[in-house]
Design a protein around this ligand. Structure first.
Ligand SMILES: CCCCC/C=C\C/C=C\CCC/C=C/C(=O)SCCNC(=O)CCNC(=O)[C@H](O)C(C)(C)COP(=O)(O)OP(=O)(O)OC[C@H]1O[C@@H](n2cnc3c(N)ncnc32)[C@H](O)[C@@H]1OP(=O)(O)O
Length: 291
């Protein structure tokens, strides 16, 4: 069963497009509504959209947030003025804590399936975006946060944070498409070690293995991303896009062919008693960390 989601951002985005105001044509415009966990600003002069995640406390990816992300990505992709997208966070010290673990712990099955389908859709969109995508990683970026970062074309990160696919530390397994993206990013050897060990790399370590591309001070992450975008904009768009599509298509098609099967695997796996127990313990350990 599909779950209907009320999305505050989209209505405002549609109104904005319909009105075709001078704000729309000439300068920065905020596309998402107030109260939305996402701030999407499009600068029509530069052609750069900045999508900032703002879902306290840790930008965890639950069903509603993933739905909003999907809408925002679609909006950017359909906007002819957008040539590039920067994804960042408005939450201090956290890019995204990854999937919301409470979606997977003691779940309602219909919602669990919808959650996974929405995550699949978000990833397929992001990994296959035609426009240039840059992750401005201004905080910790474990698991699903790492997946989002890796799915961009370029990654700029601030020092003293961590990034990686740490699923095994939760007693769970990263799905094949998470692993594929890491494989495409850092190669087989680094991936097989990192996935088994559930490694969270410090910023400098991530740079050394090619998981990220650049390190800049915290306050420069966004401006460095804007600057980097110009390098990509100099390349003829069609040639760049086609090169990306050719390289990424097989990975995307692999999931597209098995989407429903993957949802079934996920549901059956996550609802196992042993996995539920691991997730429960991990959630507890997160809550006890500050005590
Ligand atoms: C053979 C068959 C195989 C089949 C396989 C098929 C499918 C595969 C199955 C499953 C795949 C699942 C893939 C999962 C991907 C994920 O993304 S899992 C999430 C992993 N994320 C983490 O481990 C991060 C955990 N969080 C942290 O480490 C820290 O919170 C932090 C992000 C570093 C931030 O630290 P800090 O600023 O100190 O904040 P707190 O720790 O105090 O957290 C604040 C509150 O937020 C809660 N929280 C944190 N992270 C999450 C999260 N991911 N989900 C839900 N909630 C989270 C935390 O508990 C605090 O809550 P309270 O304030 O205490 O209530």
């Amino acid at each position: 069963m599909r779950i209907g989601i009320v999305t505050s951002g989209l209505g405002i985005a549609r109104q904005c497009l319909r009105k075709n105001t001078s704000v729309y044509r000439t300068c920065r415009r905020q596309v998402t509504g107030s109260g939305s966990p996402l701030d999407l600003n499009v600068d029509s002069k530069t052609g750069i959209a900045v999508l900032s995640m703002n879902k306290p406390p840790v930008n965890s990816l639950n069903l509603e947030f993933l739905t909003e992300l999907n809408i925002a990505l679609e909006k950017v992709e359909n906007d002819k003025q957008c040539k590039g997208l920067i994804i960042t966070s408005s939450i201090p010290k956290i890019f995204s804590a990854g999937l919301d673990i409470t979606e997977m712990y003691q779940p309602d099955i219909d919602r669990l399936e919808e959650f996974w389908r929405t995550l699949q859709d978000m990833w397929i969109k992001l990994y296959g975006m035609n426009c240039v995508t840059i992750a401005a990683i201004n905080g910790h970026s474990p698991a699903g946060g790492c997946l989002m970062s890796m799915s961009c074309d370029y990654r700029i990160m601030a020092p003293n944070y961590t990034i990686g696919l740490n699923e095994t530390q939760l007693g769970i397994v990263a799905p094949f498409w998470f692993a594929d993206v890491m494989l495409n990013t850092v190669g087989f050897r680094q991936t097989e070690m990192a996935l088994q060990l559930g490694t969270l790399f410090k910023t400098e370590e991530a740079l050394n293995i090619g998981l990220i591309d650049k390190v800049v001070p915290q306050e420069e992450v966004l401006s460095a991303a804007q600057q980097e975008m110009q390098r990509w904009f100099k390349i003829p768009g069609f040639a760049r896009q086609l090169s990306k599509t050719e390289l990424r298509r097989p990975t995307i098609e692999k999931l597209l062919k098995k989407k429903e099967e993957d949802i079934g695997y996920f549901r059956d796996y996550i609802t196992k008693d042993a996995i539920q127990k691991s997730l429960g313990m991990y959630l507890e350990s997160l809550k006890n960390r500050r005590k």
